[in-house]
Design a protein around this ligand. Structure first.
Ligand code: ADP
Length: 264
C-alpha cells in the first residue's frame, strides 16, 4: 500500500553575521511599514544594539530614500556583496542595485532568488539584529523567509481602519501557519494631535489592539500621524536617529524595548 510522503521539511538557513533577525511586516501597503521598520531599527540602535537593515521589498524598495543612500554595494571575491553603511547601520536593498526609476518586472522565482542572495550572500558583520522590511502581503517573499530563513520573529504594522485590519488578520494567520513567532502588533497613524491638543482618531479607535486581543497576540503600541515622522523620512534622516528625544522617538523607544525583550 502506498503511503503519503511526509511533508517537506525546509532547511532554515541563518543569516550570517547577526545574532537575531526580526521581520517588520504589514499585510497592506501604505500603512507606514517601511517608515516604522527603519525608525524601529534606529530605536534599537539607541538601546545599544548593532543593527542591520534589510529591505526585502524587491518590487518597491524604500530604504535608499529613507536613509538617503544611493551607492552601489561592492562585491567581494566576485560573489559576496558588502553591505552599505549609513548612520552606523549596515544596509542592503534591491534599490542599491538598480536605478531608482527602474521597475522590477520579475516573476516569483527571481524574487526568491533575490531574497536568497540578500540573506546568504551579503557579508553582514558583527550585528546584534537585522530588521527586515518586508513587502506588503502574503506572497513569495513572506514564504521564503518563513520557510527558508532562520528568523526570530515578526512584528506586524497596521493602521486602525477596518479595511486594513482584514489584511492584518490574514497576516497573523500566515505567520501562525508557517510557524513564525509574532512578537506583536503596532498601530500606526493611530491619532493626530491638533494644535488644540486634542487627539483626532482619523482611522478609528484601537482597531489594531482589538485584533491583537482577538488573536491572543501582544499589542506593542500606538504611533501618531506626525508631520516630523513624514518629513524626516522624506529627508532620509530617520527621526529616531536624528532626534531620539522627539516625543514620537520616545514612543518608538518603548516599542523597541518590548521587541528587544522578545528576542534577547
Ligand atoms: P509602507 O511601507 O507601508 O508602504 P511607508 O513607510 O512607505 O508605508 O509610508 C507611507 C507614507 O506615509 C510615507 O510618506 C511615510 O513618511 C508616511 N508615514 C508613515 N507613517 C507615518 C506617521 N505615523 N505619521 C506621518 N506620516 C507617516
Amino acid at each position: 500500500m502506498s503511503q503519503k510522503p511526509p511533508p517537506k521539511q525546509f532547511v532554515k538557513t541563518p543569516i550570517n553575521g547577526t545574532r537575531f533577525v526580526v521581520l517588520v511586516s504589514s499585510a497592506k501597503g501604505g500603512v507606514g511599514k517601511s517608515t516604522i521598520a527603519v525608525n524601529l531599527a534606529f530605536a534599537l540602535q539607541n538601546l545599544g544594539l548593532k543593527i542591520g537593515i534589510l529591505d526585502a521589498d524587491v518590487y518597491g524598495p524604500s530604504l535608499p530614500k529613507l536613509i538617503n543612500l544611493n551607492e552601489k554595494p561592492k562585491n567581494k571575491d566576485g560573489n559576496a556583496i558588502i553591505p552599505l553603511e549609513k548612520y552606523n547601520a549596515q544596509c542592503m536593498s534591491m534599490g542599491f542595485l538598480v536605478d531608482e526609476l527602474t521597475p522590477m518586472i520579475w516573476r516569483g522565482p527571481m524574487v526568491i532568488s533575490a531574497i536568497k542572495t540578500m540573506t546568504q550572500k551579503v557579508l553582514w558583520k558583527d550585528r546584534d539584529v537585522i530588521i527586515v522590511d518586508m513587502p506588503p502581503g502574503t506572497g513569495d517573499t513572506q514564504l521564503t523567509f518563513a520557510q527558508e530563513v532562520k528568523v526570530d520573529g515578526a512584528v506586524i504594522v497596521s493602521t486602525p481602519q477596518d479595511l486594513a485590519l482584514l489584511d492584518v488578520k490574514r497576516g497573523i494567520q500566515m505567520f501562525d501557519k508557517t510557524g513564525v513567532k509574532i512578537f506583536g502588533l503596532i498601530d500606526n497613524m493611530s491619532y493626530f494631535k491638533g494644535d488644540d491638543g486634542k487627539e483626532y482618531k482619523i482611522f478609528g479607535e484601537s482597531g489594531v489592539e482589538k485584533v491583537a486581543k482577538e488573536f491572543n497576540k501582544n499589542f506593542l503600541g500606538q504611533l501618531p500621524i506626525h508631520q516630523d515622522l513624514r518629513s524626516s523620512a522624506d529627508k532620509g534622516e530617520p527621526l529616531t536617529h536624528s532626534d531620539p528625544n522627539h516625543e514620537v522617538s520616545k514612543l518608538f523607544k518603548n516599542i523597541a524595548e518590548k521587541i528587544k525583550q522578545s528576542f534577547l
